[in-house]
Design a protein around this ligand. Structure first.
Ligand code: PLP
Length: 399
């Protein structure tokens, strides 16, 4: 048989999906499983989004569309980014993808040559590492442990950028930690970025509508507008509007980058379907009460999760302030036994927790932080407190 391309050998199946699959299998075999594993928002978009989709179907052209997104979508996105605080973007600055994931993949193709360096902070969203591997880039990971609230410091960024990486990829609010950078923290990082003009800056800010405690959403470009020349802002409808399966991702950035992404689109996806586009326009420009209400709901859930985790002796959990994740350091359990089974690391911890208590979490090593695990707290609300109680019980049974 002929050989597969080398880049496929570098691609790994998503660690998050593996745990979610295992949980699904156990559930199918009759086990009572509570899943804190997969990062889906677990709500549906407002009725106006479905109405727009139905209306679009009633006069569907059945044709290919624009590689950059239909003009109505470009305009709706431009209004959306303006409302977030960006200015100066026109249609020439935007493009689309099949979810932010594909936008990020396309950006890696567009900006990185084989062997180029991309830097990002750990804990990171697993796909960053995988995309870097597939396109043959070298990942320079900046470790940001629980001791520093999982946040990148200006000094760390400065020393990484001194190596002149081609791309710096930043994620705020963070998956997997739920951390959100304050205005001051963003401004301090922006000061470092202006000193290093050779690096593209990708900001994956798809959780920007889910920020708690009045911190607000901040961006490097708000602090230092001159960075706009090399900043690419990535957004998605998946989390904000409860539309992960609709697969709409967007970017705003320099014209040359938006053009490059549209050219790549013209060679693989071509365009977004008409019905999806109509739904996306309705989500972006219609009433924003669903995202607002969900943000308040997630903030309340964060309180429940944080309180439960903080009550477990030895567990360290920086307080999440956005998205819908908590990322406790559970390394206090390592070296102890649960029902005579020694827990050596995060993977064994998550496997034992799933098998004995029926609670699925993702091991932190999938995100570059093996002391922790990720809890995604968007499960049905009746499962939240029992799931947390089972985790506490698991800890109490450690010897
Ligand atoms: N970026 C981050 C940080 C994410 O957590 C996710 C999805 O989990 C994505 C990007 C991809 O989102 P999309 O559904 O738009 O592809």
């Amino acid at each position: 048989m002929p050989k597969l391309a080398q880049r496929v050998g570098r691609a790994k199946p998503s660690a998050i999906m593996l745990i979610a699959e295992k949980a699904k299998q156990l559930k199918a075999s009759g086990r009572d499983i509570i899943s804190f594993s997969i990062g889906v928002p677990n709500f549906l978009p407002g009725e106006h989004v479905y109405a727009a989709a139905r209306e679009s179907l009633s006069h569907d052209s059945g044709q290919y569309g624009s590689n950059r997104g239909a003009e109505a979508l470009q305009d709706a996105f431009l209004k959306h980014v303006e409302a977030l605080g960006f200015s100066g973007y026109t249609r020439a600055n935007v493009s689309i993808g099949i979810g932010a994931k594909q936008v990020l993949y396309n950006l890696a193709e567009a900006l990185l040559n084989d062997g180029d360096e991309i830097c990002f902070a750990a804990p990171y969203w697993t796909t960053y590492r995988d995309i870097a591997d597939i396109v043959g880039a070298r990942a320079n990971v900046m470790h940001c442990g629980p001791e520093q609230n999982y946040k990148l410091t200006p000094a760390q960024l400065d020393s990484s950028l001194a190596r002149k990486p081609k791309v710096f990829l930043f994620n705020n609010p963070s998956n997997p930690t739920g951390m959100v950078y304050t205005q001051e923290e963003i401004a301090a990082l922006a000061e470092v970025l202006v000193k290093h003009p050779d690096t593209w800056i990708i900001t994956d800010d798809i959780y920007n509508a889910m920020v708690f405690d009045g911190i607000g959403y901040h961006h490097f470009v708000f602090a230092r507008p001159e960075l706009a020349d090399r900043v690419i802002f990535v957004d998605s409808l998946s989390k904000t509007y409860g539309m992960p399966g609709w697969r709409v991702g967007l970017l705003a950035g320099p014209e040359a980058v938006a053009q490059a992404i549209s050219t790549l689109n013209s060679n693989h996806i071509t365009s977004l379907p008409e019905v999806i586009t109509a739904a996306a326009v309705a989500a972006l420009s219609g009433p924003q009460d669903v995202p607002r209400q969900k943000c308040a709901e997630f903030a309340a859930r964060r309180d429940t999760v944080f309180t439960a985790l903080r009550a477990i002796p030895g567990v360290v959990c920086p307080r999440p302030q956005g998205a819908f994740y908590a990322f406790p350091d559970v390394s206090v359990a390592f070296g102890k036994s649960h029902h005579n089974r020694v827990i050596n690391n995060d993977i064994e911890f998550c496997a034992a927790l799933l098998e004995t208590k029926g609670v699925a979490c993702v091991p932190g090593s999938a995100f570059g932080e093996p002391r922790a695990l990720r809890i995604s707290y968007t499960c049905p609300s009746a499962q939240l407190t029992p799931g947390l109680a089972r985790i506490a019980e698991f800890f109490a049974e450690l010897e």
